[in-house]
Design a protein around this ligand. Structure first.
Ligand code: WT7
Length: 643
């Protein structure tokens, strides 16, 4: 009988949610003092919370006089009771290649080896290490080894270009970049080491490169700079004493796109982040001892940090790490992996669900999914059609779906239905997690909108332990981005609706950030890549509805006079952006724009460009303030999105 979980005891039921939530916001200090005990401290904390969202004095500290080591929490403390239990199941890109089951004991040895190799390269507490790796176990060893040393890792998704990698290495002034020869993905190989070579050409000579052997493919070698991890690890000692760090010492930096300028380095610290990642992992996914849990994200995104590595391992769980893609060798890969490893909790992005839904149910139906107990989604709103398919075809109507709303900045889940506690509504993030106080504000006045059946911008009234602490090297930007539009609140950048029952629905970004296949993209970044091309005079980028990606990238491009607008040039610009940022930023549609709609003061009116891209040009609104209203007619006549 598939998926019969009627006898299941959830960690939290409806009554317990009410009671715990009320307690968490009535007395956050007491609530989080208790939750802090989820992890092991070297020196216990005496103060739980020291937070101010006040203009000019933004500071966020949790458990700040406590000390700990994150890697000891994720590994060492489990050795006595579950040393032989599998910590990580690694499933390679090619289904013919054997999977690996890495026990906590093996995870300990491998992490220590990595820590010794990094130490020999000169890495010490507080140093930055950039990780640019495929989804292989060494990525987890590298993260945990940094945590063991007290060094700060910054993972760069392996799909990012050399330029993007170089900018991040320089941005955090990293001492070492860890990469691999090649990254296999979907049957193809990305030449990671040669990307790293190109990136390092833009960095200080002192930056070292540690190379993991994944495929054994040819790479160039720079003696003195490059170090062969696979050879060094053989001889490295398999023990390393965890370094004591303060709760507020940074654990990692993760670059993410904003509405303006270059990506910013989101800083997460050791104590509060780990407490929050562990708690949300256990409760949202209803994780119980012995469960096999799989999050399909890449460790290059925050989802991979909190819900492949730190949360599950802090809880002594078994976490599956998958190197491949949902559609290789065919569209049943996800479900075959679920069957093969008897996955109990499965967490993925709506874009993957939509892509697989389009392939038909037979790819799911031929697999035995009877161990699945809970399904999750993250990264973008899920449309009811995809939700229903996920529920019926994958979950057989018997697995609760947690639609988790959160952000790189929040460290962990902020709003989500909890299995066993909430009546599910397809497409809604529903209710706040413990300690989270969402508010809906009027976007113009900034006044709070109370009551139900309302819509506005989504802010959070008070801190939680997983909150980001600052922007690396730029605390002013931190304050300006998140605390200046609506004083006294953390501003998420999202809009939301609170329905008649008090459930929350995320309506999408209200800033110039777009969400492409669950990946966050600043339109300003794509614009600056485009205008860096010698033939481009001006560019404006907006999102438009895309049936699989959620949003697609729509570019309006004004060429330098004399350059001909050809399809060949379209392709050249597309390749250019891929090279500047990476394939995830690849423009979907490029429209030649003889002029862009601007106000008399020269400001581009994006509202109009968005409407045209959405094919909603009947609703352009007031165009009378435009310097030259006729440019709009030309853009409408030549729009690219005609379905
Ligand atoms: C943005 C954050 C957090 C991990 C992955 C993305 C959107 C995220 C949901 C959801 C509707 C969602 C928001 C948010 N988003 N989850 N369940 N429903 N929208 O992290 O790259 O920092 O992006 O993703 O717009 O602001 P991220």
């Amino acid at each position: 009988m598939p998926n019969d979980h009627s006898a299941r005891q959830y960690h939290v039921d409806a009554a317990k949610y009410q009671e715990m939530y009320a307690a968490s916001v009535a007395d956050p200090e007491a609530f989080w003092a208790e939750q802090g005990k989820r992890i092991d401290w070297i020196k216990p904390y005496s103060q739980v919370k020291d937070v101010s969202f006040a203009p000019g004095d933004i500071h966020i500290k949790w458990y700040h006089d406590g000390t700990l080591n994150v890697s000891a929490n994720c590994i060492d403390r489990h050795l006595e009771t579950r040393g032989d239990q599998t910590a990580i199941i690694w499933e390679p890109d090619d289904p013919e290649e054997p999977a690996q089951h890495i026990s906590y004991r093996e995870l300990h040895a491998n992490t220590c080896k990595m820590a010794n190799v990094l130490t020999d390269l000169g890495v010490t507490k507080g140093d930055r290490v950039v990780i640019y790796l495929p989804m292989i176990p060494e990525a987890a060893y590298a993260m945990l080894a940094c945590a063991r040393i007290g060094a700060i890792h910054s993972i760069v998704f392996a799909g990012f270009s050399p330029d993007a990698l170089g900018a991040r290495v320089n941005g955090c002034d990293a001492k070492v970049v860890i990469t691999a020869d090649e990254a296999p993905r979907g049957g193809r190989k990305t030449a990671l080491k040669s990307n790293a070579d190109a990136a390092l050409a833009q960095c200080k000579d002192s930056v070292k490169c540690l190379v993991v052997k994944r495929t054994g493919g040819e790479t160039s070698w720079n003696d003195g700079r490059d170090h062969d991890y696979t050879a060094l690890a053989k001889d490295a000692a398999d023990s390393f004493d965890p370094v004591e760090v303060g709760a507020e010492d940074p654990l990692f930096i993760l670059y993410t796109s904003g509405s303006t300028g270059q990506p910013k380095g989101v800083v997460h610290c050791s104590g509060g982040y780990l407490v929050y990642a562990a708690m949300t992992h256990e409760i949202t996914f209803d994780y119980h001892d012995g469960d096999i849990y799989w999050c399909t994200a890449d460790v290059g995104w925050v989802t991979g940090h909190s819900y492949i590595v730190y949360g599950p391992l802090a809880n002594g769980g078994t976490t599956l790490m998958f190197e491949g893609v949902p559609t290789y060798p065919d569209a049943s890969r996800f479900w075959q992996v679920c069957e093969k490893h008897k996955v109990n909790q499965f967490y993925t992005a709506p874009t993957a669900i939509r892509a697989l839904m389009g392939q038909g149910p037979e790819f799911v139906e031929k697999c035995d999914l009877s161990d699945l107990r809970l399904l999750g989604t993250v990264g973008e709103p899920i449309n009811p059609e995809a939700w229903n398919w996920y529920n019926e075809v994958v979950g057989k109507g018997n697995c609760p779906i947690v639609d988790t709303w959160w952000q790189t900045e929040t460290g962990g889940h902020m709003m989500t239905p909890l299995p066993g506690a909430h009546e599910l509504k397809p497409g809604a993030a529903q209710q706040p997690f413990f300690g989270i106080e969402p508010k809906v504000l009027d976007p113009q006045t900034g006044e709070e909108i109370t009551g139900n059946g309302v819509e506005g911008v989504l802010v959070i009234a008070d801190s939680w332990p997983g909150q980001m602490r600052t922007v690396w090297g730029d605390h002013e930007r931190f304050e300006k981005t998140y605390f200046s539009d609506y004083k006294g609140y953390y501003f998420s950048g999202d809009g939301c609706r609170r329905d008649e029952d008090g459930d929350y629905w995320i309506t999408g970004r209200v800033d110039d950030v777009i969400n492409v296949s669950g990946h966050r993209m600043g339109t300003a970044e794509v614009e600056s890549a485009l205008v860096a091309h010698p033939k481009v005079a001006e560019a404006a980028v907006v999102g438009y509805p895309h049936s699989i990606k959620g949003q697609g990238i729509y570019c309006y491009v004004t060429l330098m006079s004399g350059d001909a607008p050809t399809d060949a040039l379209r392709k050249e610009l597309r390749d250019w952006v891929r090279q500047e940022i990476g394939p995830i930023a690849s423009p979907d549609l490029i429209q030649w724009a003889p002029g862009l709609p601007k106000t008399r003061s020269g400001k581009i009116m994006r509202r109009i460009l968005r409407k045209i891209a959405e094919n909603d040009y009947g609703a352009l609104g007031d165009t009378s303030t435009l310097a030259d209203p006729s440019v709009v007619d030309d853009l409408i006549d030549n729009r690219m999105n005609r379905d």
